[in-house]
Design a protein around this ligand. Structure first.
Ligand SMILES: [Zn+2]
Length: 272
């Protein structure tokens, strides 16, 4: 357990997440009682390590908060409830829906709800785009933000067309940028200490990528996402092509939503 902000510590647990990341950050919040954000690991030894770190703090463990429903964020929930009976899970309604049948969400959170986490007030900021029920948790007194998968200290954020939405993701990045944050605490990799610069870079990078996709369509004519990958991600290891095709699909959808391309099933072409 390593302190990362006033009243916030991190335990990086090993998870089957997207390479190059190998771990997910589970954050532990509170001065006199503990809230656990994203108990993430499906591996028993990692679940035990987290439970032991919490026990060593000798404070009541009050609740579990989830940033979103992805498996590399929620796979330690049940084990933590077994270690600390009665722990309730708090999440957004859309996260509850996605977890139905697997994990029971007890308390629903909406945008701007404030949660007293053992002397640290966290505000839930609804930030859909990477996942439909994504929440960022902000300590307004310090500007620290538990950022989930909005940004990453290692690797990139996947926007999967089936689950994510690039337009919403960009809006959520803009919203985070307007909050005057002091540090972004991502789910993967180290803390990011220049939030505004990082968020501006993320926004610019996505727009640049969308423009590259549009140009590739202009050059190569009607194409699927998979066919465009080698033209857009020119330096990518071919083993990563399938995941890149998923990412590229979200840019095609953005272009389609903005009336810039037409589509017929998986095939896209430029709007004349
Ligand atoms: Zn995720």
């Amino acid at each position: 357990m390593e302190p990362v902000a006033n009243g916030i510590a991190v335990v990086a647990v090993r998870t089957p997440t997207l390479p190059p990341a190998t771990h997910t950050n589970t954050y532990v919040v509170g001065h006199d009682a503990l809230t656990v954000v994203d108990p993430a690991s499906p591996y028993p030894e990692e679940q035990e390590r987290l439970a032991e770190s919490l026990t060593r703090m000798n404070l009541p463990v009050e609740r579990i908060l989830l940033t979103h429903h992805h498996h590399d964020h929620v796979s330690g929930v049940t084990a933590l409830q077994e270690a600390f009976p009665g722990l309730k899970v708090w999440a957004h309604e859309r996260t509850r829906q996605r977890l139905e049948g697997a994990i029971h969400v007890d308390v629903l959170l909406a945008d701007n709800d404030v949660i007293d986490c053992g002397g640290v007030s966290l505000r839930a900021v609804f930030t859909p785009g990477h996942a439909p029920g994504h929440l960022v948790y902000v300590d307004a007194s310090t500007g620290a933000a538990i950022a989930g998968d909005m940004v990453a200290g290692i690797g990139t954020i996947l926007i999967d067309e089936t689950d994510g939405d690039l337009s919403l993701y960009l809006n959520s990045l803009e919203r985070l940028k307007s909050l005057g944050l002091s540090v972004l605490l991502p789910s993967h990799g180290p803390a990011l200490h220049q939030p505004e610069a990082i968020l501006s870079f993320y926004i610019a990078h996505r727009h640049q990528r969308t423009e590259q996709v549009r140009q590739a369509l202009a050059e190569h004519g009607t194409s699927t996402a998979a066919e465009l990958v080698p033209h857009v991600y020119t330096e990518l290891d071919p083993r990563a092509f399938p995941i890149a095709a998923v990412q590229l699909g979200s840019h095609l959808r953005w272009l389609h939503d903005h009336g810039l391309v037409q589509r017929d099933g998986p095939r896209f072409w430029l709007q004349c």
